[in-house]
Ligand binder design. Structure first.
Ligand SMILES: C[S@@+](CC[C@H](N)C(=O)[O-])C[C@H]1O[C@@H](n2cnc3c(N)ncnc32)[C@H](O)[C@@H]1O
Length: 256
């Protein structure tokens, strides 16, 4: 086992590498001493891939610890926004490689944690990686990891004192209505319990019109709710503000 935790960024490495290879392929064809029309067509094809490559590689750099470390900073922001009980039971929905829940376990050493994730093949995260990271960070006795979908949490109503989730709800493929996923997350929190959910809540292709979403979320029967644009809470580098990255990110926080 490694002695350093391995937290993957939100950018899938295999996707980034595929886009780099396609971009280089078209650029090389465009530079070859061959038919000019083929070169022009290749250059045109290269452009959208070059654009995606710039966005993805700069996002990767900004999220990674050796770059801007924004992934860790955003998890810290979620931790600092969570009004958790000292000895509470806390759920993380979509744990990825465990970074957020491990930070929570360190911030609330007397609480107990469950992290669920679907850990599908298209992500580079795994339950094993979460467990190893928790062990390396010295918090494995406080956290249980479980494979489950955010759309159907395998827990009774009101089991948790708090719940968090980061950039997961929009990824859930087995439920189209994203408000139902928020509702499912709230179901397992006790009345009076707290929550912090960060997702692309301002992306109307995923969540519908923003005003309708705010209305639907407010109608879910919570005592307090606050919707904060991520870019108002934290200064983000220009390219992370792209709407396909974090430009539509928002924190929904409150008390059930
Ligand atoms: C962008 S990653 C975020 C991971 C983690 N929350 C973080 O902040 O590092 C999205 C996560 O959603 C998870 N996911 C996708 N579909 C899911 C589902 N139906 N239920 C639970 N998690 C899911 C993926 O496995 C992945 O870990």
């Amino acid at each position: 086992m490694n002695d350093k935790p391995n937290y993957k960024t939100w950018i899938r490495m295999n996707k980034l590498i595929t886009i780099i290879i396609i971009t280089l392929f078209f650029i090389i064809i465009a530079l070859l001493p061959i038919n000019i029309y083929i070169r022009i067509i290749s250059a045109v094809f290269a452009l959208p891939f070059l654009y995606m490559m710039v966005i993805l590689s700069s996002s990767y750099y900004q999220f990674a610890p050796f770059g801007g470390n924004y992934q860790s900073k955003i998890h810290d922001l979620i931790v600092s926004n969570l009004k958790a009980q000292e000895k509470g039971k806390i759920l993380d929905i979509g744990s990825g490689s465990g970074s957020l829940i491990i930070k929570l376990a360190k911030a609330f050493p007397n609480a107990a944690f469950i992290g669920i994730d679907y850990w599908g093949d298209n992500w580079e995260y795994s339950k094993k990686q979460c467990e190893e990271n928790a062990k390396i960070e010295g918090v494995s006795d406080k956290i249980g990891f479980q494979k489950a979908s955010a759309s159907k949490l395998p827990f009774e109503d009101s089991l948790f004192d708090s719940a968090v989730s980061c950039l997961t709800f929009h990824e859930v493929k087995d439920e189209k209505d994203k408000v139902k996923i928020i509702k499912e997350a709230l179901r397992v929190i006790k009345p009076g319990g707290s929550f912090v959910f960060l997702d692309l809540f301002m992306d109307n292709k995923i969540y519908g019109e923003y005003a309708d979403l705010v209305k639907s979320v407010k109608e879910l029967g919570v005592k307090e709710i606050d919707l904060i644009k991520l870019r108002d809470e934290m200064k983000l580098p220009f390219l992370l503000l792209h709407k396909r990255v974090l430009g539509n990110a928002m924190i929904v926080t409150g008390i059930k």
